[in-house]
Design a protein around this ligand. Structure first.
Ligand code: FE
Ligand code: FE
Ligand code: ZN
Length: 304
């Protein structure tokens, strides 16, 4: 099995710039990268560690203004991504984006940022926009859900752009989206449902109390019944520093936390998940990510 995998990877590599390998099944995996040097740089950095996608913040994670778009850089990246058969890239909204804040000014900021981010992402069509549904800060889950879908009902029709992904949350503080039912209700209340998907974060669901270590099938069945697996578009692959159901949200390196390597190996190989893109958000620098990607590629089962 390992030999087949190494062979397939060397074929993909040797096909080099011209390869379009629909028939070669490859793990789609990348990690969070800094956007400070632009898109092409992120693409090259990803490729240098054997990744074929990546995640990045659309702007400083604490908020603030995004850099002006460099259209030459985007064109160069799109060419690079096509030549290297990249999976969709994942843009992550800043943490300060809170669509269900109590404060009007904070909610206005969420509207402005999401609209601007989607406009910018319309230049990289093979992408997703991931965001944290938000924290209701004492207004209650129901009010939070209402405000989040109100935002989507204004922003999505006005801004073509990519599909937005609601991230599954750990439920720390007053976070909305730690239960599949909450995500389902946000989607139900949204007019343009075709534009809304879900990104499942393995650390967050563990911390939220979904037992993907001992009952991955059960959790995925529940996801399917409540949200629908066809809405699941991306996976954040992280181990967790905290116990099951702790509602904490602190990521750990793959294999060093509560989930452990075997549980994560099962996630990337699960028939219902294995074709999705996986994004690492583990506490690492580039070399640490390279190591995790190599380890996960090693255990990814390639079928004929
Ligand atoms: Fe996130
Ligand atoms: Fe995440
Ligand atoms: Zn997290």
């Amino acid at each position: 099995m390992l030999l087949i995998r190494l062979f397939v990877q060397s074929v993909v590599k040797s096909m080099g710039d011209k390869q379009h390998s629909e028939e070669v099944i490859m793990l789609k995996i990348g990690c969070h990268l800094s956007a400070s040097k632009g898109y092409l740089n992120m693409g090259q950095e990803a490729w240098s560690i054997d990744a074929n996608t990546f995640q990045f913040f659309t702007r400083n994670p604490r908020g603030g203004k995004a850099k002006d778009l460099d259209h030459d850089d985007i064109a160069a990246f799109l060419k690079f991504a096509e030549e290297h058969n990249f999976a969709p890239i994942l843009a992550h909204a800043p943490y300060t984006l809170n669509p269900c804040a109590k404060d009007d000014r904070v909610r206005e900021f969420a509207f402005e940022v999401m609209a601007d981010d989607l406009r910018r992402l319309s230049y990289t069509p093979d992408s997703y926009y991931n965001f944290h549904p938000g924290s209701h800060v004492g207004q209650g889950i129901e009010r939070g859900i209402e405000l989040i879908s109100e935002l989507l009902n204004v922003i999505l029709p006005e801004n073509p752009g990519p599909m937005v992904l609601l991230e599954t949350m750990s439920g720390k503080g007053s976070e909305v989206g730690s239960r599949f039912e909450e995500l389902r209700e946000i989607i139900d209340r949204t007019d343009l449902q075709d534009r809304v998907g879900v990104c499942l974060d393995t650390c967050h669901v563990n911390d939220a109390g979904y037992d993907i270590v001992n009952d991955l099938d059960g959790v995925l069945n529940e996801f399917d019944q409540i949200i629908g697996l066809q809405r699941l578009k991306a996976i954040h692959v992280n181990d967790s520093k905290n116990p099951f159901g702790s509602h904490k949200d602190r990521h750990e390196k793959i294999g060093d936390g509560t989930l452990g390597f075997t549980a994560i190996e099962r996630v990337i190989n699960h028939p219902k998940l294995r074709d999705l893109p996986f994004y690492l958000e583990t506490p690492n620098e580039l070399d640490g990510y390279a190591k995790e990607i190599a380890e996960l590629r090693k255990v990814y089962i390639i079928h004929d």
